[in-house]
Design a protein around this ligand. Structure first.
Ligand code: ATP
Ligand code: MG
Length: 265
């Protein structure tokens, strides 16, 4: 049997109304990989994730585990195991933590979903402690964890994360990426992570792509990014380009400590 990539995207274009945002995007994600998508504001990162979930106008060849997604609706893609944590989290603020998680498991049988609740309460103990609290009264970091756990309730084969660090304090972002790194190593979950906190995301990534004005790069290894001056400057900030091993005021850990593919824990 030929092993297919988990996700294979060819000649993807996508946009809104008559505006084309993405052109000729090619992307491949193998099972078990964490792939990071970097790019400036407005580049089309969110649009790319929406094209993968089927929630925006798109053309091209999208294959999931070898099968075309052309005729698969957004809901159908979720049932196949493509879970999306949208930019800005999208938890139901007036439901409790537990209710949010159960909504996340809507495609699953009741008993299975209940069993998974315990699993994710173990993994994210804070959610267990707060299970009866309204999601809207949780901190930003807790809500982001909840959004991730809610997506995990689908038992996804591919988790799409859109800027999980948005609006979080640096120390909270670091904790979140530690958890995502653990998820990757302990469960081999495949993830596509859009992230501005490039240094942290690349610390758990096997590969990266950059997206600029709707055009995607060739796949890059974290080492490629470290080696290419221009990319380092754009995505990792001046401190990294200068090769300084330090934690900046934005809480950025040193690039050198995260470029070997290990967790930034
Ligand atoms: N719902 C929409 N309707 C029309 N245009 C949109 C819509 N959403 C995004 N766009 C446009 O598509 C382009 C790409 O936006 P997108 O949100 O994908 O960028 P992004 O790379 O995710 O940016 P950011 O880093 O700010 O989140 C932008 O020009 C944006 O204005
Ligand atoms: Mg975005």
């Amino acid at each position: 049997m030929t092993a297919h990539p988990l996700l294979e995207v060819r000649e993807l274009s996508a946009g809104y109304g008559s505006t084309t945002v993405l052109r000729d995007v090619e992307l491949r994600i193998d099972a078990g990989e964490v792939v990071v998508l970097l790019g400036p504001n407005g580049a089309g990162k969110t649009t790319l994730l929406r094209a993968l979930t089927g929630s925006v106008r798109a053309h091209g060849d999208l294959r999931f585990a070898g099968a075309s997604l052309a005729r698969t609706t957004t809901d159908g893609r979720a049932r196949l195991g493509i879970a999306h944590v949208p930019q800005g989290r999208g938890t139901f603020t007036d439901l409790t933590v537990e209710e949010n998680l159960l909504v996340g498991g809507y495609t699953r049988r009741d008993r299975e979903a209940r069993a998974d609740l315990d699993r994710w309460y173990d993994f994210f103990p804070r959610l267990g402690e707060r299970r009866h609290q309204l999601a809207g009264s949780m901190s930003g970091g807790e809500q982001q964890m909840l959004a991730v756990a809610r997506a995990l309730m689908l038992r996804p084969r591919l988790l799409l994360l859109d800027e999980p660090s948005l609006g979080l304090a640096p120390v909270v972002t670091q904790a979140l990426f530690r958890q995502l790194g653990r998820l990757s190593t302990e469960t081999a979950l495949t993830m596509l992570v859009v992230e501005q906190a490039a240094h942290l995301a690349l610390g758990i990534a096997s590969r990266a792509y950059t997206l600029t004005h709707g055009t995607i790069s060739a796949p890059l290894s974290p080492q490629d990014l470290a080696d290419q001056e221009e990319l380092r400057r754009v995505y990792l900030g001046a401190a990294h380009a200068a090769g300084q091993a330090q934690t900046t005021t934005k809480g950025r850990t040193a690039w050198t400590s995260s470029s070997n593919g290990s967790s930034t824990a």
